[in-house]
Design a protein around this ligand. Structure first.
Ligand code: GAP
Length: 436
């Protein structure tokens, strides 16, 4: 049985090492030395991200209105980012150390203390650094060909607002959800998947009447907190931080951060923002296309308000890993276990034949699950104890061992990751026992 659960929390290095060792995440272009703030996901990471995306989409369902989805382009013309305010307002303060040439975000360091790298106090002026990646489309360099990689997925939703309304028969209030890449040229990408230059966002823009926006904001906050609770996130490590006026992004009327207590402090995982009618009004003004809608009740046109829920897939992925990672002792041996919610676990079931001779009959059971789209692994090498450890480390909720008795009694041993308890279950009853 598992005993002596260690209370000490994993460090960032522990999580990075686990991710690389077990193939969750690799540095992008690893064989060329990697690229700062950009990562590739391996098999387990890919499966886990797919689970996170699917759970997020289903978590948006509500009785107040419909949610439709889009998948917008990553590149947008300069006009979009001018209208959205990102060209003028999406920057971080940057400062360089003249002595060692290291670059910092000026709001993240104490300038009085001197350079973190060389200790000197020889700073450049603070300059504003726009965080968008700029590029040129085609062969001609002109204002018309300038494009930017999107720094938030939200703008694809705002510029498609009319298209979505006219093709989906939706009525206010309703939401448009999107999962996709976003790009920010962070001055100092750090803490692994926490602050990246290329990352993925899951955003939902909820369009509602202005009068209802405060109530919708409260409902969405509650619904989003429910998402973390349902997926087993330690509730002592989740809190809300209401943004002060100084912290608000240029588009926000009010906003709060859902924060998680990482080993490097309380940090935002998700933002809930009331964006007012800022985006639709600005795009109406700049594009010359009226994005207002007609209210059948009042017989007047109005521009809806937006309540936005925005979370990074990668940052959430990191949160789940930090929250689930534990070290305990099983039969006198240290084990690393990811006590991650089964719905998020990349592998749901692992199959172990006790001997090579038993591989063939067990393969049938393995294929039964694999063909139903359940992510499974088959492992026939090493002692059963070692195979358990391999699965514990990647968070597999159940391991199934097929032994010589299984041939006769048509039962398998099912071992539970969290309790390490083993039960003999008839193969016929397995789906009922496991719940899938
Ligand atoms: N549309 C609103 C928006 O983009 P944000 O607070 O800038 O708001 C929303 O970002 C979420 O996106 C964050 O809470 C975080 O989860 C994720 N995110 C933002 N920047 C990120 C980065 N550099 N690396 C990883 N995730 C990031």
């Amino acid at each position: 049985m598992a005993s002596g659960t260690s209370n000490s929390r994993p460090t960032l290095d522990t999580i990075v090492a686990l991710c690389k060792r077990r193939g969750f995440v690799y540095p992008a272009a690893d064989i060329y030395g990697g690229i700062n703030g950009i990562y590739d996901f391996g098999h387990l990471g890919t499966l886990m991200k797919q689970n996170i995306r699917a759970l997020w989409i289903s978590s948006l369902a509500n009785k107040r209105g419909e949610i439709v989805q889009i998948e917008g382009a990553l590149l947008g013309p300069e006009a979009v980012w001018k209208a959205s305010g990102h060209i003028d307002g999406f920057h971080d303060p940057m400062i360089d150390c003249k002595a060692c040439k290291k670059r910092f975000r000026a709001d993240e360091i104490n300038l009085e203390k001197g350079c973190q790298s060389c200790g000197k106090k020889d700073w450049t002026d603070v300059r504003n650094f726009n965080m968008m990646f700029k590029t040129e489309l085609g062969a001609l360099e002109s204002a018309a060909s300038t494009a930017y990689l999107r720094p938030e997925t939200a703008q694809s939703i705002f510029v498609n607002f009319k298209n979505v309304m006219s093709t989906n028969r939706v009525k206010i209030p309703f939401g448009i959800a999107q999962i996709g890449k976003a790009f920010r040229n962070e001055i100092t990408p750090k803490q692994f998947l926490f602050r990246m230059r290329e990352f993925e966002q899951m955003e939902m823009q909820w369009f509602c009447k202005q009068d209802n926006a405060p109530e919708e904001f409260a409902s969405w906050t509650e619904q989003r907190l429910g998402f973390y609770k349902a997926l087993g996130i330690n509730q002592d490590r989740i809190r809300i931080h209401e943004q002060t006026k100084d912290e608000l992004a240029h588009y926000s009327t009010s906003a709060l951060d859902i924060e998680y207590e990482f080993p490097f402090g309380w940090k935002e995982v998700e933002g809930v923002h009331h964006r007012g009618d800022f985006d639709l009004s600005e795009h109406s003004k700049h594009s010359g296309k009226d994005l207002g809608i007609f209210d059948d009740e009042t017989k007047e046109s109005y521009t809806p308000d937006v309540v936005e829920c925005s979370v990074g897939v990668d940052r959430l992925f990191l949160t789940f890993l930090f929250d689930a990672y534990q070290e305990d002792e099983v039969e006198g041996e240290k084990r690393v276990v990811l006590k991650i919610h089964p719905a998020i676990a990349p592998i749901k079931l692992a199959f172990f034949p006790l001997s090579k001779k038993l591989e063939e009959p067990l393969r049938k059971l393995y294929e039964f699950y694999a063909q139903r789209g359940i992510s499974v692994q088959f492992d026939s090498s090493g002692s059963i104890g070692k195979r358990y450890r391999r699965q514990d480390e990647i968070g597999t909720p159940f391991c199934i061992t097929y032994d010589f008795d299984s041939e006769q009694d048509h039962c398998v041993t099912v071992r539970n990751r969290d309790t390490t308890k083993q039960e003999r279950i008839s193969i016929e009853k397995l789906p009922e026992y496991l719940g899938f």
